[in-house]
Design a protein around this ligand. Structure first.
Ligand code: C2E
Ligand code: CMP
Ligand code: CA
Ligand code: CA
Length: 397
């Protein structure tokens, strides 16, 4: 049925109210009439024309057709299958799904009242307590809690040291955001980052991360001692698409007396889907002297085209490869190819998620420049970071 074209002549009924809905339609050409029956009388609800969709309600709420439909003149329709529609709805934000359902319920009850049917005075319990509603309520509640926590200054970066694998000295660190509640509970990004990244909160959270890590930078740098040192900060695609991103970044940097070469901006390949503004922002940051790393490389689209068009300085090998580098030939081959490719492209290579001395030794022997992971340290508050000892003593050295 997918992709099928259907033609109807004048007055031909396409479906009737109460039918089981198996597909929706897009009007390619012509017009259709949506109507309901009140006794023997037909009541017109709407005339739809080219480019409009109908027959979607019964698929979305899994109920019988809410109205009837017939062609006005010749109508050419494109069939939209249930799968095509449902796949997209399943992927939507739970709050959007809830809104959609609320609108459908209202439309159905409007049609019922046009038909002269009595409106139920009690809400249907099952519908108000189902999975979608629960998910949507939880989502809105979490978003509100995060919004309040941001305004209450409850977010701060923890720092995970990054070691030069040759010298085993700290060469930088990654700022990883934590939510520290008034009860001192430390909440991980796994709980809040998806919600933050999918809403406008990401701009505010991003500013907090940048501002705080620049403020902590002198203490972090001093603790490590001589040599180059940088703080890596994760920046989401939406931040890069914000036209004010660079001016905010520069304003904080100048006010806090930080050099651009002390800040590494970590982006994922997803930034390339944000459009030309995001790419222009990447270019601008690089021209200003900020370091630029591609994060989680190998887990997304991993388009080599992206590697060629982004003005990168560093490539981070994703934890999923590091984890299996000793046990899985393919992961080892991927790591070796990344090392080769980074060398050819003049990129510095950082391995993340190094957990064992054996992984550390292998990655160092293969020529990976630097690394981070639990073998060295988890992400810790600034006050603890300044007590870390550098160089690190590997067991197998
Ligand atoms: P990421 O950028 O890939 O960060 C690495 C994650 O791996 C961190 O999780 C880190 O704690 C964890 N990790 C580091 N070493 C090891 C290891 O040896 N073993 C294991 N199992 N895990 C290790 P975390 O801190 O929970 O952060 C998760 C994600 O949240 C980050 O992934 C990043 O995508 C996002 N995130 C954190 N802070 C920020 C931020 O300020 N802005 C944005 N946009 N995203 C952030
Ligand atoms: P569905 O319930 O699958 O089948 C009937 C279709 O008519 C319905 O999906 C909507 O696409 C459309 N429809 C139902 N009620 C109205 C209305 N009040 N106004 C416009 N279109 C409607
Ligand atoms: Ca990162
Ligand atoms: Ca990563």
């Amino acid at each position: 049925m997918r992709g099928q074209l259907k033609s109807y002549t004048q007055n031909k009924v396409i479906f009737s109210e109460g039918d089981v809905g198996d597909c929706a339609y897009l009007i390619e050409k012509g017009r259709v009439l949506i109507y309901v029956n009140k006794g023997d009388t037909e009541i017109a609800l709407k005339v739809l024309g080219e480019g409009e969709v109908f027959g979607e309600m019964s698929l979305i709420d899994n109920s019988p057709r809410s109205a009837s439909c017939r062609a006005i003149g010749d109508a050419h329709l494109i069939v939209v299958t249930k799968d095509q529609l449902i796949d997209r709805i399943q992927d939507a934000d739970p709050v959007v799904r809830l809104l959609m359902r609320a609108l459908l319920e209202r439309l159905r009850s409007q049609n019922d009242s046009i038909r002269g049917k009595k409106i139920a005075s009690k809400p249907k319990k099952a519908e108000t307590h189902d999975k979608d509603t629960k998910e949507a309520v939880e989502r809105i509640e979490l978003e509100n809690r995060i919004f309040n926590a941001l305004n209450n200054d409850e977010f701060a970066p923890y720092y995970q040291p990054i070691y030069d694998l040759k010298t085993c000295k700290i060469c930088g660190c990654e700022a990883l955001l934590r939510w520290i509640t008034p009860a001192k509970e430390v909440i991980s990004p796994a709980i809040f980052m998806d919600v933050v990244e999918e809403s406008a909160l990401v701009l505010q959270a991003g500013k907090v991360a940048i501002e705080k890590c620049m403020r902590d930078l002198p203490r972090l740098r001093k603790a490590v001692g001589d040599g180059d040192f940088y703080v890596s900060v994760n920046v989401s695609g939406r931040q890069f698409a914000d036209p004010q991103f660079v001016s905010h970044l520069e304003e904080s940097r100048e006010r806090l007396n930080v050099k651009p070469s002390e800040i590494k901006l970590e982006v994922t390949e997803r930034v390339m889907t944000e459009g030309p503004v995001a790419l222009a922002t990447l270019q601008k940051c690089r021209e200003l002297g900020y370091l630029l790393a591609i994060d989680d490389f190998g887990t997304g689209f991993s388009s080599l085209q992206y590697l060629a068009s982004m003005p990168l300085t560093d490539l981070k090998i994703d934890r999923s490869f590091v984890m299996k580098v000793l046990s899985d030939e393919k992961s080892l081959s991927i790591v070796k190819s990344l090392i080769h490719m980074a060398g050819l492209l003049g990129l510095s290579l950082i391995a993340e998620g190094i957990e064992t001395h054996e992984q550390l030794k292998l990655l160092r022997d293969l020529g990976v420049d630097s690394g981070q992971g639990y073998v060295f340290s988890k992400a810790i508050p600034c006050d603890e970071f300044v007590k870390l000892t550098s160089p690190f003593i590997p067991q197998s050295a």
